[in-house]
Each structure stands twice: as structure tokens, then as C-alpha cells.
Design a protein around this ligand. Structure first.
Ligand code: AMP
Length: 469
């Protein structure tokens, strides 16, 4: 097995690796680092959780250890699809470069231009950026890319999903032709293949096993769930989620819950909070300070449940996430692999549970086909009561209406709400008095016919009683 000491890394970088507690390089590191140190282009086909960040950070730091950056001319560039991922890459740089005197800047949305410009003005060795923000700075004339010696594209497949490929092509064109390129992607879609053929020069191709097949430490399950009614799907699904969380109990120390849509991320987090669970949402529409706060709380163990969209949780590097829940089956099968990769990291055990409704079954089949494995079904922990068949109206027997009326009459009466509500009640009383009172008078037994099972309870109350209150 390769050892870090075989890799020829800078001694100060080696020191930081030892302090990080790493014993040996992961396969992507063992494959990519030697070629990167020789100055060759690298095409790494690997996902998060494989140690890919260090596979480009470590050789870059070793290469940059000598030399100095000039004002506005970064010596290296790392492009990431999301702010979160960029921030995590920056943290990795801090960890591994702590014994070196190198400077870095992080160019991401949500941070003021002025602040970022001041740092770039002084000259940086490593510039970590999202493509849009980088081009914004470039267009303001505050950044010169002609001294970039090493350029990294991280998570290129995600860039493709997010529509960043034209930006990436443009940035490639702004850097010197002689630069070294380290290019990473989890999958090789045709468009990615095209980019690598155009911009990489005779790269060393390093491919590591898919995480889902490699990581046998993740226990996977699926609940096949069918809502009792279409319009109840959301609420019943959230109930299933709560039941799954309860069933896992203390074993679930923390979890990422994935939803396909941002609106569901919000609704789900809100609903969990309402039911007393410690949960917070994260997705692209929340402002940066909010997202950072939530991620920090989750990383620090102060937040138990992170409800997330795929993009926001991308690259989320929390080593000890015990569970992943897929509130929806992801639209792309590869996302399933990314999602469950949030747990079971670095050889730890993890559990991933997916909720699959009938309309997602096709997509779920695609997931199983991708990971070449059948995911064990578990029972829906919530027993959804079959709906009672509706009785034809004319058959609604008087005797059936009675218990509900009695139950309603026995219900504690609520105090009238403050403010304008009393007025409303007064109005509706006078309204109903005209129409409804005769009905009560005639029957004189609190019985109401013609409203089926849906009689609102207040109708069952005696008006005489209410007046005497
Ligand atoms: P990444 O694939 O870059 O997201 O890294 C996944 C996790 O593995 C991170 O928490 C890293 O700190 C950790 N890691 C990276 N390289 C190693 C290594 N050689 N040994 C142990 N853990 C590592």
C-alpha cells in the first residue's frame, strides 16, 4: 500500500497531514498526487467522501510552496460549483497549509466585493471561487488570470447541472495555455468528456470506485409509501418521516434530510420544528449568512437535523453524520449516491432511508440499477387507515349523526378570541339565528340532518346555552 511518505510531498505539508491524523493516502490521492506533482494534468473521476479534495490540495500546496504571488495575479485557481463547497475547499487549504506561508482568497457570492478586492490586491497564492463571482471580479478589472499556474475544476458534473459550463470554458480561455489542470467529476457525461478533451492535455486519468458500491458501511432501506389521498401526500409523508426518525431514536445522532424542491425543504423543516424536532433548512434561496450559520451549527453538533436540497448540501463535509433520509427519491440517480455519501464517511457506519411514493418508483428503479443492488424494503412505520367508504347522502342515518353531536357538545368550549373575533361571532350568530334557530326549535334534540360526517362542531351547540353563558 502507498504511504504518504512515498508521494514526495513538501515536508511542511507532510507535517500537516500527520497532524490531521491521516495514516495513508486514499486511492484517489495515491493515483492523482504523483502525476500532479510532476506537473501533469489530472482527470479524477471521484466523488466527495473519497478524499478528492486533498488529492488536489496537497500537490498544489507543494508546488506553490516556492514563489510569491503578485498583486491581482493569483498563482492558482480552484473553481467550485457552490459557495458551500468553495468554503470547504478553503478550509482544507487552511488545514494543510498551516505550516506554509501562503495566502488565499475565497470569491463567493454573499460576501462584499470590496473586502474580496482588498485581499486580491495584495496578491494571493490560491484563489478559490464560484465561476459567476470570479467572472464578476474579472469584468470589474480587478483580477488578472494570466499568472495562473494550476487550475482546478472541482465537481464538474455539478457545474454542468447548474449551467456553469460556458463560464468554465470562458475561464479556461482567460488562463495561460501552459497552465496545469486538475479536473474532477463524479461522472463523465458527454459534455464533460468534451470539455476535458478540449482543455486538458494528455491527462493522467484516475478513476476510483463509486462510493455507493465501495462504502459497504452504509445500511440502505426504502419505505414504499402511498398516500391515502393525493392532496394529503405531503402531510402523510412528513408523518412517515417523523415515524422513521422516532424509530431510529438515539441511534440517529444527526441527519441530513434531502428534499427535491426548495419549497419542500422549507415546509419539511418548519413541520419538524413544529413537532419538536431540532431541524433547520438549507437551500440556495437562503442568504449566505443564514446558510453559514446553519451549516456551522450542524457541523458543531448543535443542530440535529439538516433539511437540505441537493445543491446546498453538495460537498457538505461533516465526518460523522449518522443518518441520511431521502424525503423524495432524487431526480438523478447519481444524486442518490451523493446524498447517501453524507453518511458512512471515512469508514464509519451510516444509515440511509428513502421514502418512495408510487410516482417515484421508476426513478427508484434507476437508482437500484445504478448502484447494482436491491435496496431492502422496510415497512411503513405509519399505518395509514384506509378511508371509510362514503355513504350515499340519503342513507345518512340520524343515529350516526348523534355520537358526533354529543362528542362536539362535550368538547370544552374555547374562550372567544381577543380583538375583532367577538364581532364576527356576533354577526354570525345573528345570521344563523334567523335560519338555523327554527331548525333547532323544531327538533329540540340537538340533532342535525343533511350535513353528513362534516358537520362543524359549533353547529351542534345549543343557542340557548350559548346565550346563557
Ligand atoms: P473529500 O472526498 O475531499 O470530501 O474528503 C472526505 C473526508 O475524508 C474529509 O473529511 C477528509 O478530511 C477525509 N480525508 C481525506 N483524506 C484522508 C486520508 N488520507 N485519510 C483519512 N481521511 C481523509
Amino acid at each position: 500500500m502507498t504511504k504518504f511518505s512515498d508521494l514526495n510531498l513538501n515536508p511542511k505539508v507532510m507535517k500537516a497531514i500527520t497532524e490531521a491524523g491521516y495514516e495513508s493516502p486514499t486511492p484517489i490521492q495515491a493515483g492523482a498526487i504523483p502525476s500532479a506533482l510532476e506537473g501533469r494534468d489530472v482527470l479524477g473521476i471521484a466523488q466527495t467522501g473519497t478524499g478528492k479534495t486533498a488529492s488536489f490540495t496537497l500537490p498544489m500546496l507543494s508546488l506553490l510552496a516556492r514563489g510569491r504571488a503578485r498583486a491581482r495575479m493569483p498563482r492558482s485557481l480552484v473553481l467550485c460549483p457552490t459557495r458551500e463547497l468553495a468554503a470547504q475547499v478553503a478550509e482544507n487549504f487552511d488545514t494543510y497549509s498551516k505550516h506554509l506561508k501562503l495566502t488565499k482568497a475565497l470569491l463567493i457570492g454573499g460576501v462584499s466585493f470590496k473586502e474580496q478586492e482588498l485581499i486580491i490586491d495584495k496578491g494571493v497564492d490560491v484563489l478559490i471561487a464560484t465561476p459567476g463571482r470570479l467572472l464578476d471580479h474579472f469584468e470589474r478589472g480587478k483580477l488578472i488570470l494570466s499568472d495562473v499556474k494550476v487550475m482546478v475544476v472541482d465537481e464538474a458534473d455539478r457545474m454542468l447541472d447548474m449551467g456553469f459550463i460556458p463560464d468554465i470554458e470562458r475561464i479556461f480561455g482567460l488562463t495561460p495555455f501552459t497552465r496545469q489542470t486538475l479536473f474532477f467529476s463524479a461522472t463523465m457525461a458527454p459534455e464533460i468528456e468534451r470539455i476535458t478533451n478540449t482543455f486538458l492535455s494528455n491527462p493522467e486519468r484516475v478513476e476510483v470506485a463509486r462510493q455507493a458500491t465501495a462504502s459497504e458501511t452504509i445500511e440502505q432501506n426504502v419505505v414504499m409509501f402511498k398516500a391515502s389521498r393525493r392532496d394529503r401526500e405531503g402531510s402523510e409523508k412528513r408523518r412517515v418521516l417523523r415515524a422513521l426518525l422516532d424509530a431510529e431514536g438515539d441511534k440517529c445522532t444527526n441527519a441530513v434530510i434531502f428534499c427535491n424542491r426548495k419549497t419542500d425543504v422549507d415546509i419539511c423543516a418548519k413541520s419538524l420544528k413544529k413537532y419538536g424536532y431540532d431541524a433547520a433548512p438549507i437551500h440556495g434561496d437562503l442568504d449566505q449568512s443564514q446558510r453559514t450559520k446553519t451549516l456551522d451549527a450542524f457541523r458543531g453538533g448543535e443542530l440535529r437535523l439538516l433539511v437540505a436540497s441537493d445543491v446546498a448540501a453538495r460537498g457538505l463535509d461533516v465526518p460523522s453524520v449518522s443518518h441520511v433520509f431521502n424525503f423524495d427519491v432524487p431526480g438523478h440517480a447519481e444524486d442518490y449516491v451523493h446524498r447517501i455519501g453524507r453518511t458512512g464517511r471515512a469508514g464509519r457506519e451510516g444509515k440511509a432511508i428513502t421514502i418512495c411514493s408510487p410516482r417515484d418508483e421508476k426513478q427508484f428503479e434507476a437508482v437500484e440499477a445504478l448502484i447494482q443492488k436491491e435496496i431492502p424494503r422496510i415497512e411503513n412505520p405509519v399505518k395509514v387507515e384506509p378511508r371509510k367508504p362514503r355513504k350515499p347522502k340519503e342513507e345518512a342515518p340520524k343515529a350516526e349523526a348523534k355520537p358526533e353531536v354529543q362528542e362536539a357538545a362535550a368538547e370544552p368550549r374555547k374562550a372567544p378570541a381577543q380583538g375583532g373575533r367577538d364581532d364576527t361571532r356576533g354577526r354570525s350568530n345573528s345570521n344563523t339565528r334567523g335560519r338555523g334557530r327554527g331548525r333547532y326549535d323544531r327538533r329540540n334534540d340537538n340533532q342535525v340532518v343533511g350535513m353528513g360526517d362534516h358537520m362543524p362542531s359549533f353547529i351542534a351547540l345549543s343557542f340557548e346555552e350559548r346565550r346563557s353563558q
